[in-house]
Design a protein around this ligand. Structure first.
Ligand code: ZN
Length: 169
């Protein structure tokens, strides 16, 4: 297993729509294990494939939300089935170091996906877990949490974000 380099804000791969995965094979499983290791190493509770430079519809989520790193699962081709309610909470992102801000998201979410064995599964999530899933699904659509901040907060962070993106211009 290996820890993969994280692609950061300004990298075009973070703005691409991820392609669906067609084949769930050993190569993919190895990649997902590396993603899981990268997430745990970075102390994240979710990680999407574009964050490690692969524009594929994949995410790993720590279902224990930082309590037990062995409770990591992979979601292949995840699709949101429904959303309920609203919650506001501070978010950060491994791809946007040192930047945090409040984001409003649904309080409950249903998600359909394939697991690492290729089985179709559904998960009902709420609170922080719902937030993680929605944050990672955003990544797969080329969206970042900073896009969802209030206009005022975005303006306040403009300088910091520009500095982060500097390496890619
Ligand atoms: Zn993120």
């Amino acid at each position: 297993m290996s820890v993969l380099p994280i692609h950061t804000y300004g990298d075009p791969v973070l703005r691409q729509e991820a392609k669906p995965v067609e084949r769930i094979n050993n190569e993919l499983r190895t990649f997902l294990r590396d993603m899981a290791e990268t997430m745990v190493y970075g102390k994240g509770i979710g990680l999407a494939a574009p964050q490690v430079g692969e524009s594929l519809s994949l995410m790993v989520v720590d279902l224990s939300l930082g309590e037990k790193p062995d409770k990591v699962i992979a979601l292949i081709n995840p699709r949101i089935l429904g959303k309920e309610g609203e919650q506001s909470r501070e978010e950060g992102c491994l791809s946007i170091p040192d930047i945090h801000g409040d984001v409003i998201r649904a309080a409950e979410v249903g998600v359909h996906f394939r697991d690492i064995e290729g089985q179709e599964r559904e998960l009902e999530c709420r609170d922080l877990l719902a937030r993680v899933i929605l944050h990672e699904v955003d990544h797969l659509q080329g969206r970042l949490f900073v896009d969802r901040l209030s206009p005022l907060k975005r303006r306040m962070l403009q300088g910091k974000l520009r500095k982060l993106a500097k390496n890619f211009r």
